[in-house]
Ligand binder design. Structure first.
Ligand code: AMP
Length: 511
């Protein structure tokens, strides 16, 4: 039997994750986890430093909330997860690695040993979060083939499902509206034959179904307080239990006009009815935020609604009728729910993995993906007029990738020993409102350079939105080294240690 490398794609979601592979016939198929489910709650319950991931972890929220990590994806890019677990402060990517490891192990039971996989990220993820996702994959024993944007993956799955992939005549502009559990993305894509080109992308990494849940939690808790003068939100386990009830009620309200939420705390118990109308009125501002972003993104792509042939729904929260009503009203089109909301992203990632493996086997590309950067890239400099720090944008957002930008920095004095370039992503001119990616230090400039010598720094975004920095001094042969120090990044030895601990796989060479 010939050994074929499985093509695996993973959707690492804020609240649910999914893993898919390409079947021998080339069709993407979701793999079930060891509990027999096609999606796995992205929840980790820690017990003596080991993590139980998925449904069982979620169940424990009403009894062991302090040992549970929920929505770690929202903390990606930070140094540590917002909550201490078993007196430990875990980096969020380590929690994500435990989740990926569960998906990897469960999938291996069905398709055999594999390490290569494509992992998806929200299109609006910045560089720091993308790197953290890649690191999570590494710590889970994976060899991350590529990171692709969730809406791109959804569009690929859609293209496959509708037979567009492989046809050269099709052309359409689609708006992918992706509202998951914790993040929101809107992306305008042009599908032209086999070319999938992102025209513009925007979103919010702090907006998702979880925020709808929390509104309901507050609403019910307030009613409970009015009745009993006791607040279930004060206790993490009672709050966790109420959250599960509310999340369930939210799903009910997608199909029914009313739902009942039970709440008990300190031996007191009550049931509260909530209507769809009440739920929609308490969350209208959230859906309005997504409408605003969708309109802005369309504008950034230089299109009108009449240029958009399809509004593709993606992410579990797009099942809410209020989302569909809003999109119908603003676009004048019936939103397309034909993509499997919870699985499309993993299916598209598997298609992309198959494509990459086929390319590396020397085959011709069957489709092309073109991406844009979701945040402007800039460097921090001193404003000569005010002497305050400000950001100078080098690569504006929505620039087609890959892209290179070269900029000359100049030495300030004779025989300057080193130079420091601070790199940020964001749309503000104030560094405080941007994400600090890291700094590039050139520690050993050649001796006796005159003041004002140009030092050329090249910033290069690869198609996956990851940044590389290189440095040279024009007209010299001096070898220049640079240290690109990333903010909040786990060093290599820790990544290796975690990889061994989480996955039981020895470290492999990793950049
Ligand atoms: P995803 O990350 O795409 O799996 O989306 C998960 C989010 O979708 C969670 O916040 C779920 O509560 C939400 N969700 C799933 N199904 C429904 C539904 N039928 N109605 C409302 N929200 C849903």
């Amino acid at each position: 039997m010939s050994e074929q490398i499985p093509a695996v794609g993973i959707d690492l979601g804020t609240t649910f994750s999914a893993i898919a592979h390409l079947s021998p016939s080339g069709a993407p198929v979701t793999l079930m986890n060891s509990e027999g489910d096609r999606i796995t709650p992205s929840v980790a319950l820690f017990e003596n430093g080991q993590a139980i991931v998925g449904k069982e972890a979620l169940k424990a929220i009403s009894t062991e909330a302090n040992s549970i990590a929920l929505c770690a994806k929202r903390d990606m890019g930070r140094k540590v997860f917002h909550q201490t677990i078993e007196n430990k402060q875990y980096p969020p990517e380590v929690i994500e690695a435990f989740i990926l490891n569960k998906l990897r192990r469960d999938a291996m039971g069905q398709i055999g040993h594999f390490t290569k996989a494509v992992v998806t990220v929200p299109a609006y993820f910045d560089e720091v979060r993308r790197k953290a996702t890649q690191d999570a994959g590494y710590m889970a024993g994976l060899d991350v083939l590529d990171i692709i944007n969730e809406p791109t993956a959804a569009a690929l799955a859609f293209g496959f499902q509708h037979g567009i992939l492989g046809q050269s005549s099709a052309q359409e502009n689609i708006l992918v509206y992706d509202l998951g559990g914790g993040t929101f993305d809107v992306t305008i894509m042009r599908i032209c034959g086999n070319d999938f080109t992102t025209l513009a992308t925007d979103g919010d990494v702090q907006l998702g179904g979880f925020d709808w849940d929390n509104r309901l939690v507050d609403y019910i808790a307030e009613k409970f307080v009015q009745q009993f003068y006791a607040d279930p939100r004060e206790d993490v386990c009672a709050r966790g239990k109420l959250w599960r009830e509310c999340e369930d009620a939210k799903r009910t309200l997608s199909v029914r006009q009313k739902a009942i939420v039970s709440c008990d705390y300190q031996g007191l118990a009550a049931k509260f009815e909530v209507t769809r109308e009440e739920f929609e009125s308490m969350t209208m501002d959230l859906v309005d935020r997504t409408r605003f972003t969708a309109v802005q993104t369309l504008r950034a792509a230089g299109l009108e609604w009449s240029d958009v042939s399809r509004v593709l729904l993606c992410g579990g929260s797009s099942r809410m009728p209020m989302v569909r009503d809003m999109l119908r009203q603003v676009s004048g089109k019936e939103p397309d729910a034909s993509a499997a909301a919870d699985e499309a992203v993993a299916l598209g990632a598997a298609i992309h993995a198959g494509h990459l493996l086929s390319l590396s086997a020397g085959n011709a590309p069957s489709f092309k993906i073109r991406n844009v950067n979701s945040h402007s890239l800039g460097v921090i400099g001193l404003d000569p007029a005010t002497h305050l720090q400000r950001v100078g944008v080098l690569i504006p957002r929505n620039t087609k990738l890959p892209v290179r930008y070269r900029r000359n920095f100049r030495t300030q004095k004779v025989n300057q020993k080193n130079l420091l370039v601070q790199i940020v992503e964001g749309e503000s001119s104030s560094p405080d409102n941007c994400t600090f990616i890291g700094s590039c230090k050139i520690p050993d400039l050649p001796p006796m350079l005159p003041a004002g010598t140009p030092v050329a720094v090249t910033f290069q975004y690869s198609p996956d939105g990851r940044l590389k920095v290189s440095v040279e001094i024009p007209n010299t042969t001096a070898a220049i080294t640079q240290e690109f120090t990333r903010e909040n990044n786990l060093p290599k030895h820790l990544l290796d240690g975690w990889r061994q601990y989480i996955s039981n796989e020895p470290p492999t060479d990793y950049q």
